[in-house]
Design a protein around this ligand. Sequence first.
Ligand SMILES: O=C(O)CCC(=O)C(=O)O
Length: 282
Amino acid sequence: MVTTNDQLKQEWELPFPLAAAHVQAYQDRGVAKIPKVFSAATVELLRREVVANVTRLGSSIDNENKKEEYPSEDVDLYRKAFTQVFNLWTHSELIRSFVVGRLARIAAELMGVSGVRVYHDQALFKEAGGGATPWHVDHYYWPLATEKVLTAWVPLVAITPDMGPLDFALGSHKINYSRDTEMIQLDESITEARLAEANCPVAKAPYEVGEVSFHEGWTLHRAGANHTDRCREVLTVIYMDQDMTLQQPANSNQEYDRQKWCPGVPVGAVIDSEINLAISHG
Ligand SMILES: O=C(O)CCC(=O)C(=O)O
């Protein structure tokens, strides 16, 4: 039997049977890594669409956030070899249907909210030879008033240990470490010593095709370099509580994000601009 694209799309539109253990893991550890969220065939459908859009859009908006100076050679290698293309859902109906489907529902269930909005999505392609992503917390970059926001990290290919899967410091969303620190300023060995002292073990594991991780904005994470000759193709979607309000930006990165991802939204108001797509599953 031939499976059509419409049948594959139906899979990502249908609910996923989330286990209570996943919700518990998300709350206790700040991350839920869930296997078999999607079949290999649907991931391949998504991959082709994401790659086509990255190829089409990449040269114009690729690496647009290379706005600061990155003095360290490692960080430079990481930046140069990282293709980031944002808000693909606004360019492709197929990607939009993926973003509003089961992935969004899982995000809402993990955060315990009745509906979510898209903060933004991005293709994160770490080219062959691309450097490591340093330890960081995402929320440092976001002018968002509560912790009800997460990143869904969706591999479009199997990610072996030598390709740079995400590593997570379990429970680190509950320790107040590095919340005011930019990614490039966090020293790896000091951070890891501090995490060990705080009893936050580092989970390192590859991703199968169809597996997805969801991490809270305050969870410390990193990724290794891509030592292979293949591109590490990933799509991420950042979902926030549908009632999330804009806080006064606390640093220049947050100010940049305010302008870019919350256009026209006053401080204190719900972030409901036209690019913050609301998704409620009723
Ligand atoms: O993909 C990477 O190497 C880093 C991604 C990341 O930090 C994130 O999506 O929050």
